[in-house]
Design a protein around this ligand. Structure first.
Ligand code: NCD
Length: 355
């Protein structure tokens, strides 16, 4: 049987591709937010809570570091990264996974003309999982497909696929919302603002896909003209019953929301300097307009930030972006345990930590 090309593979509807990323009814490759129904997501949140509690003492850390000591993970990041790379690395260390990495293909055999497909085939021969980031939308999905068809399959985790998706960022964002809204009735029934480059920001796209698992939601999409939510996502949100409000007037939205998700303009994807025409001040939180938000509202950002959140806001009690990035380690470690079926070993020990 001949292999499909990447274009042929991605032409299949998402609903048809999703089952390929499961193995024996369990999550195997992590590619996109649509793979995480609410019960699975909340199970992973529970594991992350346990990991968080256990990470505070030597005994807990010692126990965790034995769980996946027999596994090796490859970090293959061909697009710049600080947080995703480091938090995956730290998450691997937390649960005992030994790691290897390629961040600069110029220092690997790709420099000698080896294809990425072949390079990843090498990784999957030496490692038990591959965590990757790549600028091409859908490329890691295609790699997962090729591997499965050529007999060398290890789980592939998408750490950011161009303008498409960033599912593990979305999981940690939802985990942060889940914890913040714990005593306020949870994620459902709340109003969320998403600000900035909603068209090309993969993190914000994945967050919206994931949030749509909840009920009774209002989304305020605050973006410059030409940078609004793309049609695939809009359709998904409408099908899930999300009430969508499109605007470019940030200050009018601020008093209305429980959570605001700020994003930077993704100008690395510009074709002809189109980002340069945006009035950035209109899509920024400052020490003045931040107080238009209700007191209980939370501010999230996948980071890195530029001017869209003034650093003067960092000490504001609504600013959650630093805890958000810390949560990334626990969520990613929880996901690794889940993929290798080790999450089931936690509850026994959890009793000790919750008493
Ligand atoms: C995001 C990304 O790379 O998509 N950053 C991250 O992973 N924390 C957001 C961004 O770069 O704007």
């Amino acid at each position: 049987m001949s292999l499909l090309t990447i274009d042929e593979y991605l032409r299949q509807p998402v609903a048809e591709r999703l089952p390929y990323y499961q193995k024996e009814d369990r999550l195997y490759h992590v590619m996109m937010s649509q793979q995480f129904p609410r019960p699975l997501m909340e199970e992973i949140f529970g594991v992350a809570n346990t990991l968080k509690a256990m990470s505070h003492d030597y005994e807990g850390l010692e126990f965790l570091s034995r769980l996946l000591r027999h596994k090796r993970g490859m970090l293959y990041f061909t697009q710049p990264s600080t947080r995703t790379f480091l938090s995956f690395l730290t998450a691997c260390q937390l649960v005992g996974i030994t790691t290897g990495e390629v961040q600069d293909p110029a220092l690997s055999s790709e420099y000698k003309g080896e294809s990425q497909e072949d390079a990843i085939r090498v990784f999957s021969s030496y490692f038990d999982l591959v965590i990757m980031r790549d600028p091409k939308p859908g490329f890691c999905e295609y790699i997962a497909y090729r591997q499965d068809r050529t007999g060398f399959s290890v789980p592939i985790l998408n750490g950011g696929s161009g303008k498409d998706q960033h599912p593990t960022q979305a999981l940690l964002d939802l985990y942060t919302m889940h914890r913040s809204f714990q005593r306020m009735g949870g994620i459902s029934g709340k109003r969320y603002a998403f600000v900035g480059d909603l068209q090309r920001g993969r993190a914000v796209r994945s967050v919206m896909y994931l949030l749509a698992n909840y009920e009774d939601l209002d989304f305020y999409a605050v973006a410059p003209k030409g940078f609004q939510i793309s049609p695939d996502l809009q359709l998904h949100l409408e099908e899930r019953g999300v009430r969508l409000h499109f605007t470019d007037q940030l200050n009018e939205v601020l008093p209305e929301v429980d959570c605001i998700y700020m994003t930077r303009i993704q100008d690395e994807y510009d074709l002809s300097g189109e980002s340069g025409k945006i009035d950035l001040a209109s899509f920024s939180l400052t020490e003045e307009n931040v107080n238009l938000l209700p007191e209980h509202a939370i501010i999230l950002h996948p980071l890195p930030r530029r001017q869209e959140i003034s650093s003067g806001i960092d000490a504001n009690p609504r600013a959650m972006y630093w805890s958000q990035l810390r949560n990334g380690v626990y969520i990613r470690a929880a996901l690794l345990l889940y993929i290798f079926g080790k999450n089931e070993q936690l509850p026994i020990i959890q009793e000790k930590y919750s008493s």
